[in-house]
Design a protein around this ligand. Structure first.
Ligand code: NDP
Length: 257
């Protein structure tokens, strides 16, 4: 038996939105710790490139699943495909997410719904679908990706903030319900991270870059690699008594001015 608390050899993980940004940073970390990772995304090219990278890191069994997480049927099929291929599931990372920046009064209902469906409803559907698979594995880990807007309001992200507040509270409910099944459910709350999601805001919003640097005690933007360690911890037996938490990974952004 391994003495490495963080060893994920033989573990099977799903990372939604694992083909880029924070999700790929997480997938790389899990692969390097020994897990086989199924990356989920809509873009087949990005999926293929991510899988090649994970395989080069030594995670030979890693694979891609092309799916849109706003399609509940596709989420259920994704879990079924992993069960068929690997026969077990140990870790589900609900990371896929989008934002549309607007003042609250300007959102169309369809935009609100799209954000809530992508960031929150999809995570719930994936958790529901994963539950029997995790039970069958004798337990497992769910990691939901929140945001600083899980804690703070944001004047140009009302639906995004609602989805990210919801993801923390949903996770706490699942953590409470499924602790008896040895399933731990936790959230990671990223600060400002340099990815596709924030690149446009960085270009379009004057002064954003400087404000992020000034407000972040670490004095820099996060990078996808910053999420590997926390994801490995929350996926490993090192975190078996940690559940229902929401852990900021933000260079100190949420600790105060
Ligand atoms: P990116 O835009 O870089 O990546 C988003 C990922 O989600 C892509 O892999 C994309 O793949 C996937 N995705 C989006 N919509 C869908 C969908 N409908 N179905 C399947 N996959 C989808 O964003 P980040 O890496 O920055 O964000 C990842 C998570 O972190 C999100 O939940 C985001 O809200 C959160 N976050 C990010 C912060 C940041 O500063 N970057 C800060 C706080 C939280 P594809 O295009 O192939 O579908």
């Amino acid at each position: 038996m391994t003495t490495n608390l963080f060893d994920l050899s033989g573990r099977i993980a799903i990372v939604t939105g694992g083909n880029g940004g924070i999700g790929l940073g997480i997938a790389r970390g899990l692969a390097q710790a020994g897990a086989s990772v199924a990356v989920v995304g809509r873009n087949a090219e990005k999926n293929a490139s991510a899988v090649r990278e994970l395989q080069l890191l030594g995670s030979a069994q890693s694979c891609a699943i092309e799916a849109d997480v706003t399609d509940a049927g596709a989420c259920r099929s994704m879990i079924a495909a992993v069960m068929q291929r690997f026969g077990r599931l140990d870790v589900l990372v609900n990371n896929a997410g989008i934002n549309i920046r607007k003042a609250p009064q300007d959102y169309a209902l369809e935009e609100w719904q799209k954000i809530i469906e992508t960031n929150l409803s999809s995570a719930f559907v994936c958790c529901q679908a994963a539950y029997p698979a995790l039970q069958k594995s004798g337990g497992g880990k769910i990691i939901n990706i929140g945001s600083m807007t899980s804690i703070f309001g944001a004047s140009f992200a009302a639906p995004y903030g609602a989805s990210k507040g919801g993801i923390v509270q949903m996770g706490r409910s699942l953590a409470t319900a499924w602790a008896k099944d040895n399933i731990q459910v936790n959230a990671i709350l990223p600060g400002w991270v340099d990815t596709e999601l924030t690149r446009r805001g960085r270009q379009d919003v004057p002064g954003l870059h400087e404000r992020v640097l000034a407000r972040t005690p670490a004095g820099r933007w996060g990078v996808p690699e910053d999420f590997a360690g926390i994801a490995v911890f929350l996926s490993s037996r090192a975190s078996d008594f940690v559940t229902g938490t929401a852990i900021p990974v933000d260079g100190g952004y949420s600790t105060g001015m």
